[in-house]
Ligand binder design. Structure first.
Ligand SMILES: Cc1cc2nc3c(=O)[nH]c(=O)nc-3n(C[C@H](O)[C@H](O)[C@H](O)COP(=O)(O)OP(=O)(O)OC[C@H]3O[C@@H](n4cnc5c(N)ncnc54)[C@H](O)[C@@H]3O)c2cc1C
Length: 473
């Protein structure tokens, strides 16, 4: 049977039965066509706004399968995409009609507690890595929602509760194994293929398929002080004003995130606020619990909180506290800016636009990131943005396609209104499907983008890895 797959040039490529058969013979994992039962679930990504149907899905079981998939894509000139955790808002993991190279079965993690490093395969979620590293009271610098894939997060930069102390996720990489566009397996580190190592620390999916990441680990927990405090939406301005001071003074072990939204029907929130506007501050202190209690006290004494679940808890639990708010299969649309600080105007605009939220799932978030990342020199890694202190993320989230227009419009209006509060920079991993060249240019410094484009020409001259936010025009 001949199958049809989208080609790199936009035309359809007919793959003859014998060609497919030889790929099958060389490939150990499963190859799924639209007729195979697991195809439907495998093609779906986190954001239900993305509804693409690849012509073929290659479910890799190891590096050798990745090499075979890249060879097959090259040989036939196929459009391909790479799936890690499938959490990219723009749905970069899945391409229409092409070959989806699915890494999500590769979930091994090996920890070396003596050397304080962990090697994790590229299909791991953040939760997979936290689970294994926390056995030893260690952690990698990862993000805030445990089901997110490490691969996309790391090659785009990565930030989370440990970023203030240790920088971007990609600043904490020791090495990676990569399959290049030429189907070569390379190890990259500061001493081996150092230019490719640099490019993969923020340059996204342009340069090859990482099969495993080696992370430097830091001691954390296993128990930390963390959780959230919530107030009524009417208090948003007062709480944000206090948050500005609280977060600016907090030591680097203490990271906080402000969230403005409607209260979900979560057990930690009293029934009388469910469905009503709230502001919540999530805090995580990654050092000594006793010290942390005193640091968090001023926040707990602020105004009249409706809920307070800041407590001693496992770090791994803290890492999944936001999970329920971000389920796979809802419709999502984000806009974001980096901020150098929070001023009165940012507070006013956040409170005003939170008051106009159109869905019970949408939110405005302020993630605090300032600290170690600001101290690295320009050009240290393309993730860059070393003047950023907070990330403002405007997250539209809703259930029905009929509500797309109002929710997208809300996020865009809030984004435009807050543009003047921004450093002008943005996070490559938060860019939506339609955000193009101007936003990619906002994500990188001109010098870094120039260097990324040069390295793209060196490592992928035929632009095989094009189903991503492209660093070369
Ligand atoms: C609910 C949620 C929470 C998030 N929280 C955070 C956070 O706290 N901190 C943060 O920094 N980001 C966060 N993000 C953004 C996140 O970093 C990106 O969505 C990222 O793309 C997710 O990685 P993934 O592997 O799941 O992506 P996928 O959708 O699987 O892949 C996205 C793109 O990454 C590239 N890629 C994937 N795998 C590989 C690979 N093996 N080798 C090379 N390139 C690859 C490819 O270009 C691919 O197209 C969050 C996203 C969501 C949806």
């Amino acid at each position: 049977m001949t199958i049809q797959i989208a080609g790199l040039d936009g035309k359809t490529v007919n793959i003859a039965a014998d060609a497919l058969q030889s790929f099958k013979a060389a490939f150990k994992g499963s190859l799924l066509t639209p007729d195979d039962a697991p195809y439907e679930e495998t093609r779906k990504v986190w954001n239900a706004m993305i509804d693409r149907r690849p012509g073929l899905i290659a479910r890799c079981t190891g590096t050798a399968d990745v090499v075979q998939a890249v060879r097959f894509a090259r040989q036939h000139g196929l459009l391909s995409s790479v799936r890690g955790g499938g959490h990219n808002i723009a749905g970069l993991a899945v391409c229409e009609g092409g070959l989806m190279i699915d890494m999500s079965l590769l979930r091994g993690v090996w920890v070396d507690p003596a050397q304080r490093v962990a090697r994790a395969q590229a299909g791991c979620t953040l939760g997979d890595v936290d689970r294994e590293t926390q056995l030893h009271g260690l952690a990698a610098v990862l993000g805030f929602v445990s089901a997110t894939g490490i691969a996309g997060l790391t090659v785009g930069g990565g930030f989370g509760y440990l970023t203030r102390n240790h920088g971007w996720t990609c600043d904490n990489l020791v090495s990676m194994e990569v399959v290049t566009a030429a189907a070569q397996v390379l190890r990259v580190s500061e001493n081996e293929n150092a230019d490719l190592f640099w490019a993969l620390r923020g340059g996204g999916g342009n340069f090859g398929i990482v099969t495993s990441f080696e992370y430097r680990l830091v001691p954390v927990g296993p128990e930390i002080l963390g959780g959230a405090i919530a107030w009524r939406g009417e208090d948003a301005r007062q709480v944000l004003d206090a948050y500005r001071e609280f977060s600016a003074k907090a030591p680097r072990e203490l990271t906080s995130v402000a969230v403005l939204r409607m209260a979900p029907p979560a057990p930690w929130l009293p029934k009388e606020v469910h469905g009503k506007p709230i502001i919540a501050i999530f805090v995580c202190h990654s050092g000594q619990v006793e010290e942390a209690q005193a640091l968090v006290a001023p926040l707990r004494q602020l105004g009249q909180p409706v809920a307070d679940i800041v407590m001693r808890r496992p770090y791994a639990q803290m890492q999944s506290l936001l999970d329920a708010t971000q389920p796979k299969g809802r419709r999502y649309y984000w806009k974001s800016h980096y901020l150098a600080g929070i001023d009165g105007r940012t507070i006013e605009l956040a409170a005003e636009h939170a008051g106009r939220i159109r869905s019970p799932h949408s939110a405005i978030l302020l993630f605090q990131i300032q600290g170690a990342l600001n101290e690295r020199p320009p050009g240290y890694s393309p993730a860059g943005n070393r003047d950023a202190a907070y990330v403002l993320n405007i997250t539209g989230s809703w259930e029905n396609a009929d509500d797309d227009a109002v929710n997208v419009a809300w996020a865009r209006e809030c984004f435009e209104a807050t543009r003047s509060c921004s450093t002008g920079g943005t996070y490559i991993n938060f860019l939506t499907e339609e955000e193009g060249r101007d936003r990619i240019e906002a994500a990188y410094s001109p010098a870094d983008l120039h260097r990324l484009a040069e390295l793209k020409r060196k490592y992928d001259p035929d632009n095989l890895f094009r189903h991503t936010k492209r660093v070369a025009a």
